[in-house]
Design a protein around this ligand. Structure first.
Ligand code: ADP
Ligand code: MG
Length: 346
């Protein structure tokens, strides 16, 4: 079932949490709502769930207006960041909860819970209590519980937010696989870029109260709509006050007022030793710091005269062949630079 939250505005006494926001989740897709903390993601999820009501705008499920339906009538499954499992109930009863509330026959409850525990690969834990599970296992049970009554849509609000980095990574792959099996339309809220880009079919990028861009992970990463999106999706070097980033070909002269900013990702920076730099244009810099622990080498460079720090990321073999030490001089060239229309410094 598709979800459309259309032109949603929500004001709190001292805050416009959502300002005419439209978000769509096509049927069967996993859509991530990504943005910094406080930008309205949870509020939007609660409005879609029917736990909160908008000041204006509509929520449509499969094209049907559900704005005035209660949470109960909307048939949504909800998973929160903080395990909302019932401590006094064992895992079986936790998963069974929504079926018990609906007075389903015992036979059906047993087979459905068994099916769900199998789906989240925790069959052996049925008799345990939440306190006897790891954080990751509890979130898998929370997901099983949310799915028990066969919701038409699944809403996940930072479901892995309280877990360790490694567990988070395992769970996001696990969720991706699970979603491929069950295909329930899902909205996944996170403030973690990597998580959103790795898990989702579509990503909706929020700034406070607003949607900045919607696209596939590849589209938002490779073709960011504006500087906000670009900066939010990873480190970027900003070169101020010139028409082009270092090394780019000459363009028309700019007049004083429009001091252009250009944006260059660390992996788009090329480094040349003095001996190889003849005839090339760029910024001279000194190697300030080298981080070698990782798949690539990350280098901090201090631009001569300006003191600006530039971050470059180079392949290990490339770094080995450059054979540079801290303090050595190097030419910094932008292989690629982005400039956004209207993004001037005055
Ligand atoms: P996010 O989930 O993206 O971190 P939220 O949707 O929780 O953001 O909050 C968006 C903004 O609305 C925040 O500034 C928050 O303080 C405010 N807000 C959220 N809920 C309430 C509420 N019940 N009353 C007043 N302000 C709220
Ligand atoms: Mg939130």
């Amino acid at each position: 079932m598709s979800i459309l939250a259309k032109n949603i505005t929500k004001r709190f006494p001292r805050k416009v949490a959502l300002d005419n926001v439209t978000v769509e989740a096509p049927s069967g897709k996993l859509v991530a709502l990504l943005g910094p903390s406080g930008c309205g993601k949870t509020t939007l999820l609660r409005i879609i769930a029917g736990l909160e009501f908008p000041d204006s705008g509509q929520v449509l499920f499969e094209g049907e207006d559900a704005t005035n339906r209660s949470a109960r009538q909307r048939s949504v499954g909800f998973v929160f960041q903080h395990y909302a499992l019932f401590r006094h109930m064992n895992i079986f009863e936790n998963v069974a909860f929504s079926l018990r509330v609906r007075n389903r026959p015992q036979e059906e409850v047993e087979s459905r819970v068994a099916e769900l525990l199998k789906l989240v690969q925790l069959e052996e834990l049925a008799k345990r209590y939440p306190a006897q599970l790891s954080g990751g296992q509890r979130q898998r049970i929370a997901l099983a519980r949310a799915l028990a009554a066969r919701p038409k849509v699944l809403l996940l609000d930072e479901p892995f937010g309280a877990l360790d980095a490694q567990v988070r990574k395992d769970l996001r792959r696990w969720l991706r696989k699970l979603h491929d099996e069950i295909h329930v339309t899902s909205l996944f809220v996170t403030h973690d870029q990597e998580e959103a880009l790795e898990v989702a079919d579509q990503v909706v990028i929020f700034s406070p109260g607003k949607v900045e861009q919607v696209g596939t992970p590849e589209e938002v990463y490779n073709s960011p709509a504006n500087p906000f999106v670009l900066k939010f999706l990873g480190h970027v070097n900003i070169f101020h006050g010139r028409q082009h980033a270092p090394g780019a070909p000459d363009g028309p002269e700019t007049s004083g007022a429009d001091r252009v900013k250009s944006y260059v990702r660390p992996h788009e920076i090329e480094l040349l030793r003095e001996a190889d730099a003849a005839g090339r244009r760029g910024d001279w810099a000194r190697v300030a710091w080298v981080h070698r622990a990782g798949a690539t080498v990350k280098v901090e460079l201090e631009v001569e005269g300006e003191g600006q720090l530039v971050m470059a990321e180079v392949a290990r073999e490339k770094w080995a062949s450059l054979d540079l030490q801290r303090g050595e001089r190097v030419l910094v060239i932008a292989r690629d630079a982005r400039v956004f229309a209207g993004d001037y410094e005055i």
